[in-house]
Ligand binder design. Structure first.
Ligand code: ZN
Length: 203
């Protein structure tokens, strides 16, 4: 399986990192070795001193598809979860300055946190899902999928123009404003429409 991540999909987040608003979805990938599952602890890596959380709605692809038309895209995912796209912001800033790819900042082990997935038909409008992250009981990030620049269906149509989507692939759909650093000892709890989806610690 593969993990596809959309960057700059919420305008306020693009602004907080001084990035221009994209005209097409921007995406990058993480390998399957980046997965951190079942609320296991995240071990702070030695190679960064500025690991940021990015809380994102994650789509799980449910059938094979290539060049999927937007009007059929909703047939390709039935469940959603929440994920953390851990980012070594210090390394990412260096990559951006040098014009290099982002892998060392984005694709490292444990950088793709996921846990449970829930059927979309048990949730209210998929285009207006509320989600949030609390660190040590304080809300640090709040988002609603209505604020995405590119909808789930637009993302699937665009990405599948270039890359075949397979059952089990994951798409991280971008983070809202409010990203920030984590430190050892932090307790992260992320919820989607009031339901706890992630609950884990930084070690
Ligand atoms: Zn992200």
């Amino acid at each position: 399986m593969k993990i596809i991540c959309i960057g700059r999909n919420y305008s306020e987040h693009a602004r907080e990192l001084n990035n221009p608003l994209p005209k097409k979805p921007v995406f990058f990938m993480k390998p399957d070795s980046a997965l951190l599952l079942r609320n296991k602890p995240f071990f702070y890596p030695d190679f960064s001193s500025e690991v940021h959380y990015e809380t994102e709605v994650v789509l799980k692809i449910s059938r094979l598809g290539k060049s999927i038309q937007r009007q059929f895209a909703s047939r390709y995912y039935q469940t959603v979860g929440l994920g953390i796209d851990f980012t070594a912001r210090d390394l990412q800033d260096e990559c951006k300055k040098a014009g290099h790819p982002w892998e060392i900042a984005k694709a490292f082990d444990q950088s793709a946190v996921i846990n449970i997935f829930v059927p979309l038909d048990t949730l209210p409008d998929r285009n207006a899902l509320n989600f949030q992250l609390e660190i040590n009981d304080k809300t640090v990030q709040k988002g609603n999928t209505k604020d995405m620049i590119f909808s789930f269906d637009e993302i699937i149509a665009y990405v599948s123009t270039f890359i075949t989507l397979k059952t089990g692939d994951l798409i991280f759909t971008g983070t809202p404003a409010g990203v920030g650093p984590v430190k050892q000892g932090d307790h992260l709890v992320a919820s989607l429409e009031g339901r706890v989806m992630l609950d884990f610690h930084i070690r």
